[in-house]
Design a protein around this ligand. Sequence first.
Ligand code: NAI
Length: 328
Amino acid sequence: MLKVGFFSSQPYERPFFSDEHHPQLSIVHFEQRLSARTVTLCQGLDAVCVFVNDELDRTVLERLAVVGVRLVALRCAGFNNVDLDAARRLNIQVCRVPSYSPDAVAEHCVALMLTLSRKIHKAYNRVREDNFDLNGLLGFNLAGKTVGIVGFGQIGRSLAGILSGFGCRVLVTDPAPLPNQADIAQVEFDELLAHSDIISLHCPLTPDTHHLIDESAFSRMKDGVMLINTSRGALVDTRACIEALKRRKLGYLGLDVYEQEAGMFFEDRSDDIPLDDVFARLISFPNVVVTGHQGFFTREALSEIASTTLESLTAFEEGRSLDQHCQL
Ligand code: NAI
């Protein structure tokens, strides 16, 4: 029997992650994020199942190794929160869900784009107050616009397909060689910045991509550009965003992720005093829409995340090797 500690557990996940049909697994749910403060909860566990804001740095991994945890199963695609070198050294296996409905995230990007381009967030509030004035709601068409996609992996590709349907011109930048596609132009990062009306980020967060979008990147963009980030918060320097919004360089900003989201997103903080001044300033702009890391949050994606993760845990317990696409 594999005893699994399921950290950052939310009520909406539990029906998908039931161990009812997996007699080899015993899942214990913890609402807490896994971090150096909460790692004491791992006593007696064989594996931990974690999400995007759990912290698996060297210190946490060393403590996991001491209590006998042998597997870290990420129930997400990104793995920037795990020190993979330390895990390897400590003989802790790490797996993830490499693919689960990229369409879920791509469709959420389009939802952010259309909310901003047609000012749906403002219109929704106006109509609820019987205000049917159109002043200030003038939008723009997506058709004919140039959209730059940074990172042409699974989500980037799904987004390109949707945007081609909207009649957009799609530019992509990615260090990997890309398949020749008639409707997609692969360009250098600088060219993408210079020519895009909308820029959407879909590369992983690594030391190389940290603050990929900073003051210098903004200075190379078109005036009034729209930026969408559904990938990882730290791809964007938030303070530089605020300055670019103030100068109207950045005309629209749609975020599903935020640099300092750990400890804030996925929780109801509506009764708390807001303590993050940068975030408070960010959401004060009328042309900024932020969602709390919900790009992945569709029935289809959750069900795929659960089936892949439960299969990895079961394979590990049965001594089978993990799927090569899941193993890190
Ligand atoms: P993927 O691995 O299929 O694609 C990532 C692509 O980025 C690859 O083609 C890679 O070559 C490219 N890339 C790497 N460095 C780059 C750079 N410096 N510039 C341009 N491209 C670069 O990943 P996938 O599934 O498309 O996911 C992308 C990211 O989306 C993940 O890393 C994760 O952080 C985020 N994500 C967010 C979710 C949400 O709920 N908001 C859900 C799932 C993923």
